[in-house]
Ligand binder design. Structure first.
Ligand SMILES: Cc1cc2nc3c(=O)[nH]c(=O)nc-3n(C[C@H](O)[C@H](O)[C@H](O)COP(=O)(O)O)c2cc1C
Length: 181
């Protein structure tokens, strides 16, 4: 089945072809990603598409906490998606209190679901991605001027793949699944 293969075949790609990204294609990807499940359907994920090479280079140089691995991925990218989430909605009651003992956890949970939906949709449209978690949140927010009340959740590189990485080894089902009878 197409869906099942898509989930298994999507890979994190870290080398991309040097070509322009069509905004219309990214709109198609977000059109699919917006169907990800979220806390009370709050839909707090936002996708900030950075196409300006100078801005992408600034993020690579100034906002990866000195992590050369991510710096090398980002510096030559055709496009970088800065995924942000609206604060204080996911996991919150209307009066501002937390709904559960897990506090702010649900905002990140929603961001992860939306990030995966974005990457799978990108894969479906022939684009490659890698989610990056090693970045300087405040610096990224400053460089792209994210709106007040949003937090940077992840950086997602996107483009056409210039490599075909093998799937990193997965744990066995027996190591992951516990059946409680
Ligand atoms: C929350 C999160 C953070 C990640 N951060 C990075 C990162 O900073 N740099 C990187 O190269 N890959 C990063 N990855 C990609 C993982 O290394 C990758 O998903 C994992 O090795 C499995 O490979 P696959 O995506 O090809 O199946 C991240 C993935 C996730 C979900």
């Amino acid at each position: 089945m197409e869906l099942l293969n898509g989930i298994k075949e999507r890979r994190s790609v870290r080398k991309f072809q040097d070509e322009e990204i069509s905004v219309a294609d990214i709109e198609k990807i977000v059109d699919v990603a917006r169907f990800a499940p979220t806390w009370k359907n709050t839909q707090t994920a936002r996708y900030n598409l950075v196409l300006d090479k100078a801005v992408i280079a600034r993020i690579a140089d100034e906002a990866v906490l000195g992590n050369e691995w991510n710096q090398n991925i980002i510096k030559n990218l055709p496009a970088l998606v800065v995924q942000t989430t609206v604060d204080k909605r996911s996991g919150y009651e209307r009066d501002g209190s937390f709904t559960t003992s897990k506090g702010t956890h649900w905002q990140s949970y929603d961001a992860g679901l939306c990030g995966e939906a974005f990457c799978l949709a990108a894969h479906g449209f022939g684009y490659a991605t890698v989610i990056m978690g090693i970045f300087d949140e405040a610096k990224v927010a400053e460089i792209i001027s994210i709106p007040e009340g949003e937090s940077v959740s992840a950086l997602i590189a996107i483009g056409h793949a210039a490599e075909e990485p093998a799937a990193p080894k997965r744990k066995e089902v027996a190591d992951l699944l516990r059946v409680i009878k």
